[in-house]
Design a binder for this molecule. Structure first.
Ligand SMILES: NC(=O)c1ccc[n+]([C@@H]2O[C@H](COP(=O)([O-])OP(=O)(O)OC[C@H]3O[C@@H](n4cnc5c(N)ncnc54)[C@H](OP(=O)(O)O)[C@@H]3O)[C@@H](O)[C@H]2O)c1
Length: 259
């Protein structure tokens, strides 16, 4: 039987943070192929044209669990060692609870939570000692955030789930890192800002996704369970550990100018 190929899998690679991870990993000589997943085939093909034949596009809607199981079957046929899985696809809606339909609210949970869990479960059987999972959470996962209540709650799930899974996978030698960025310059806001009356509108201290991705990979290779880029995010997270949540939410509303 042929030697297994070493692969990385990056979800939401067609844009923003995921695209930056792809650009960084394509230069890794230990990886034979980079599987890039998203709904936009044209953007994934453009990424392949830009970065070369190592890039393997796979079109998928990760909010649909059946499609992730199908990806699992496809993976079985690949004779691959998944060295890195980056569960990055996700989105936010910056608005009040009643600005979204039930379907829109649940779809965010399906992608941000179920998609992350299902992709991990599908990929772990193809991982060996020394492999890494990076689950993209957010600074928002450290506190309840009014007017992005579902988004922040999904990111709390991803953070806590990843930390616990990291302990469980230690015996297999696989690390899980919850990546918790603050605001980054990506397309997140195109889908997130829907013109709601009460909404997150001030995105302070935005950083480049490239720098946050570099830090996240470094932390994952050092088997850290949490990755935070930027002193401002570290300080804000530190406050969430010591101040009552009611105060944290009040400060957030004041900062956003929401009454
Ligand atoms: N930007 C920030 O300030 C920030 C801060 C903290 C955490 N994050 C997290 O970072 C991650 C990446 O977001 P980003 O900021 O890079 O935003 P982005 O530029 O909008 O990228 C989102 C990616 O997710 C993919 N995606 C969306 N829905 C999908 C679906 N149903 N199935 C498959 N792929 C889907 C998109 O591809 P297609 O549209 O082609 O499917 C795109 O590649 C998210 O988990 C986000 O919550 C972002």
């Amino acid at each position: 039987m042929e030697n297994k190929k070493n692969i990385a899998i990056i979800t939401g690679a067609s844009s923003g943070f995921g695209k930056e991870f792809t650009k960084l990993l394509v230069t890794d000589k230990t990886l034979d192929e980079i599987f890039v997943l998203s709904r936009s085939g044209d953007k994934l093909e453009a990424l392949k044209s830009e970065l070369g034949e190592k890039i393997k596009p796979y079109i998928i809607d990760l909010s649909v669990p059946e499609k992730i199981k199908e990806f699992g079957e496809y993976l079985k046929a690949q004779n691959a060692n998944v060295k890195i899985l980056i569960n990055n696809a996700g989105y936010a809606k910056f608005c009040s609870y009643d600005d979204l339909s039930i379907d829109e609210s649940l779809n965010m949970i399906n992608l941000n939570i179920s998609g992350v869990v299902a992709m991990g479960l599908v990929c772990i059987p193809f991982m060996e000692k020394g492999s890494h999972i990076l689950n993209i959470a957010s600074q928002a996962g450290f506190q309840p955030v009014p007017y992005q209540n579902i988004y922040s709650a999904t990111k709390s799930f991803v953070k806590n789930y990843s930390q616990a899974l990291n302990i469980e996978l230690k015996e297999k030698g696989i690390s899980v890192t919850a990546v918790c960025p603050g605001w980054m310059k990506t397309n997140l806001y195109e889908r997130g800002c829907i013109g709601a009356k009460k909404a997150t509108k001030k995105f302070m201290l935005m950083v480049s996704p490239e720098k946050a991705a570099k830090k996240a990979l470094k932390d994952a290779y050092n088997n850290k369970d949490i990755s935070i880029y930027g002193l401002h995010v570290k300080i804000a997270v530190w406050f969430t550990k010591f101040l009552p949540e009611k105060w944290i939410m009040k400060i957030w509303l004041l900062q956003q100018g929401i009454k």
